[in-house]
Design a protein. Structure first.
Length: 311
């Protein structure tokens, strides 16, 4: 009798385990130190499919059931996607191995898919291809290696403003500064002029940065007035970031170095640029320097005119 009770108890235990296995809740399982798998409700591991997470992100499970990192080609729609080192799907502007891509931000069934074609970003039209933009722009601080690993970028402690003269501390000062310059150039780029785009490098330890005004081939010869306008617009964006009441040091080819107030620098900027950007001296004098004080720190900008091939 006792033996039968023990056997009955064992049978109940087996049935209980079987019932638990058939109704197992879906869950993520860590593999090794950094890989993950997703166990579905049916007890099978997800493969070749996207899985949403409670953190709001989507994750792709490869055919081998391991979570994808980096580039993903989804065979169901034949679109390329990109996931970061955590496996999360990425959207918007990203830079991967020095190439800039735009990943669809619209929830139209292809969210995160690689965009191919021409797209306007901050007033500038860029040609996005399967290999990124043809000129490596627009600027984005979201930089990755092909495996999804983030490439750390230096971020200056200097506070930037977008041209209004009122400083604020943005969440991403490098990207915001880039947007400020591009927005400052919008009146030029939207008027079918010589300007293709503007790039701003991150200030280094000595607080030096470069504003590059890119021009289409032959622009200096054919559109010198527009080139001057572009240079003046870029310089104005820099001046608008200066602390009120501080001094500005301007070094323009063809003129002696000037130390001025912000207001005086803005008033005289047009004449300085006209002296600098001429048909005769452009080839040998492509860079002017503007030194401004921002939040009590001195930042030197090299404003460089650079001729590039048309897209």
């Amino acid at each position: 009798m006792k033996c039968k009770k023990v056997m009955a108890a064992a049978l109940v235990a087996v049935l209980t385990i079987g019932s638990t296995m058939s109704s197992m809740a879906a869950a993520w399982e860590k593999v090794g130190t950094s890989d993950w798998k997703y166990l579905k409700d049916d007890g099978q591991y997800a493969a070749s499919t996207w899985v949403p997470h409670t953190d709001g992100h989507w994750y792709y499970l490869n055919p081998d059931t391991l979570m994808a990192k980096g580039w993903v080609l989804d065979p169901t729609d034949n679109h390329w996607y990109f996931t970061d080192s955590t496996g999360a799907l990425v959207s918007g502007l990203i830079e991967v191995n020095n190439n800039v891509y735009y990943m669809n931000e619209s929830h139209d069934g292809t969210f995160g898919a690689l965009f191919v074609g021409r797209k306007v970003v901050n007033g500038v039209t860029y040609n996005f291809t399967d290999y990124g933009t043809t000129n490596g722009k627009p600027y984005t601080s979201r930089k990755y290696k092909s495996d999804g690993t983030v490439i750390e970028t230096a971020v200056s402690t200097v506070t930037y403003s977008g041209g209004s003269g009122n400083s604020s501390t943005p969440s991403d000062p490098v990207a915001d500064k880039m947007n400020a310059v591009e927005n400052g150039m919008a009146t030029v780029t939207n008027n079918n002029t010589a300007v293709v785009g503007v790039d701003v490098s991150t200030p280094d330890a000595s607080h030096k940065s470069t504003v590059v005004v890119e021009l289409t081939s032959g622009a200096v010869e054919k559109q010198i007035g527009q080139v001057q306008k572009a240079a003046e617009s870029a310089a104005n964006v820099v001046l608008n970031q200066a602390d009120a009441g501080s001094q500005v040091v301007i070094s323009v080819p063809g003129l002696a170095e000037k130390t001025l107030t912000v207001a005086d620098a803005k008033n005289k900027l047009s004449s300085y640029v006209t002296t600098w950007v001429t048909k005769n001296n452009y080839a040998s004098h492509k860079t002017a320097t503007v030194e401004v004080v921002m939040n009590g720190q001195t930042v030197t900008y090299d404003i460089t005119l650079e001729e590039v091939a048309s897209n």
